[in-house]
Design a protein around this ligand. Structure first.
Ligand code: AMP
Ligand code: ZN
Length: 115
């Protein structure tokens, strides 16, 4: 399934739920997390509905690479100069709450609210 009508992040991709977008291309979307842990906290997601990292297949390797490459670029553009943290929560024990693959990218001066 490339789009899940019940998925929160698919609704954000479709524009049915608003988000504070920071980046968009054919494959990816990035937007500010609604409950930031850090002064800068964005989520990078594929537009394709992939429920979690546990569902990744070989064909997704390029997409994951694009997400990884986008993270430092967005941090630079958002003025983060002293390092950042990337987190991908997977499944129940991984603490995943939204089942559409996403990479948290957090930066900015400490202390942070969390993490
Ligand atoms: P995770 O626990 O890795 O699944 O994280 C899900 C993240 O999505 C949390 O950090 C939430 O704050 C964030 N989130 C949930 N709903 C929204 C939304 N409508 N817009 C932006 N971020 C959201
Ligand atoms: Zn989805």
């Amino acid at each position: 399934m490339s789009h899940d009508p019940n998925c929160l992040f698919c609704k954000i991709v479709a524009g049915q739920i608003p988000s504070r977008k920071v980046y968009e291309d054919d494959q990816l979307l990035a937007f500010h997390d609604i409950h930031p842990w850090a002064p800068v906290h964005v989520l990078i997601i594929p537009k394709l509905h992939i429920a979690s990292m546990a569902e990744l297949e070989d064909t997704h390797a390029g997409l994951m690479g694009q997400m990884a490459v986008l993270a430092p670029r967005l941090m630079r553009e958002l003025g983060v100069t002293n390092g950042f943290r990337t987190v991908i929560n997977t499944g129940q024990d991984g603490g995943q709450e939204v089942y559409h693959l996403h990479m948290h990218v957090m930066g900015g001066p400490r202390p942070w609210a969390k993490g």
